[in-house]
Design a protein around this ligand. Structure first.
Ligand SMILES: Cc1ncc(COP(=O)(O)O)c(C=O)c1O
Length: 357
């Protein structure tokens, strides 16, 4: 069996823990947090080329036109549709390392080649346009960035992003910026796709709003690219679910409140993680503006055994860095339940102190 995304396979089949700090989604909302949601459910509605009220809501959120927006099954679907719309077999896609593995798996599925550029630990995972430039090939059609970066939470500033945009433009390529972590991020920035037609931004209601179950994802791009993405969707899954799309429109009506909820959770959780990291000299990390942080355990080549012992002995889950091609690290989620995070951090600290892994 050919695995396209080993991290995703692990994430879906792993044993869950009482103190689960492995996820990166915003703490899930209850249905009561979207007023009117129960009454809104209907099975009728036209969504052949995207559900119009939802396209309008997303467009209004970013101050773009609805023809620049397409909807998709989560950011995952939005990323895949973008690849499918822009790539031919044999094309090259540049993907950051460490990276989120569906971004490599999608290229493999489509017969494209993945070329890597590093976000180096020595640079504290900074996006470095020189490394992007050095990785460009004559067949590069797409450069892919996550902002903030998964797995490290490190953001890219606008000037850096624009430089990467110019590299792509000169090569006749595009830049896909997966911005699923952006809205809840501590670094406020306009969506990349609002800067220039070279960018395609993808996002969803998952990481910043606690509504992963709606699978409400989208792309924002030039009208031309949006048209191509819609035509890719004709092949991949046709349309979305009207049931979920109606609920997503309601969610957009309450987006400010949902975002305030998310910021409240992060304001409570960030200091806990900061204090934990500062009190453990065996850990080093890069400053995160996202909903995850990616500490490195000093003197360790592969932290997998530590992660396994933590789960087995202390019922606490984090993600081993090997899934992001950085095995000395582990990924810790900041956007879950505050009390679970507090206890989980204490248990990670005890496990680190024990030094028997
Ligand atoms: C960079 C990145 N993009 C997309 C996703 C998936 O998001 P969605 O639930 O919107 O499909 C994740 C989830 O971990 C992610 O880390």
């Amino acid at each position: 069996m050919r695995y396209y995304a080993p991290y995703m396979e692990w994430a879906k089949t792993r044993r869950h823990a009482t103190y689960d700090l492995a996820g990166s989604n915003m703490l899930v909302c209850s249905i009561e947090e979207i007023p009117g949601a129960r009454a809104a459910i209907t099975l009728a509605g036209e969504n052949e080329n995207g559900y119009r009220p939802l396209l309008d809501a997303i467009a209004a959120h970013y101050n773009v036109t609805p023809s620049q927006v397409t909807t998709a099954n989560g950011t995952s679907g939005a990323n895949f549709l973008t690849y499918a719309a822009l790539l031919e077999p044999g094309d090259d896609v540049l993907v950051e390392r460490p990276g989120y593995d569906p971004l490599m798996g999608a290229a493999r599925l489509l017969g494209a080649r993945t070329v890597r550029f590093d976000r180096a630990w020595e640079d504290r995972f900074r996006l470095d346009p020189d490394r992007v430039r050095a990785a460009m090939t004559p067949r590069t059609r797409l450069i892919v960035i996550t902002r903030p970066h998964n797995p490290t939470g490190v953001s890219a500033d606008n000037a850096t992003l624009e430089e990467v945009g110019r590299i792509a433009e000169r090569a006749g390529a595009h830049v896909l910026v997966d911005e699923v972590y952006l809205d809840a991020s501590a670094a406020v920035a306009p969506l990349a796709a609002t800067r220039s037609d070279v960018f395609i931004s993808t996002s969803s209601l998952t990481k910043s709003y606690g509504l992963s179950s709606l699978r409400c994802g989208w792309t924002v791009s030039s009208e031309d690219v949006a048209f191509r993405i819609r035509r890719a969707r004709d092949v991949v899954d046709g349309t979305g679910s009207v049931v979920a799309e109606r609920l997503s429109v309601l969610a957009f009506e309450h987006l400010d409140r949902l975002l305030a909820r998310a910021h409240g959770i992060l304001e409570a959780n960030r200091p806990l993680v900061r204090d934990f990291l500062r009190s453990h000299p065996e850990l080093e990390w890069a400053e995160s503006t996202g909903t995850v942080v990616f500490p490195r355990v000093r003197g360790v080549v592969d932290a997998s055994r530590f992660v396994e012992r933590l789960l087995g002995d202390r019922d606490t889950a984090i993600v081993p860095g090997r899934f992001f091609e950085a095995p000395a690290h582990f990924r810790l989620g900041l956007s879950g339940d505050t009390e679970s995070l507090r206890t989980g951090l204490q248990l990670i600290g005890e496990a680190l102190d024990q030094k028997d892994w």
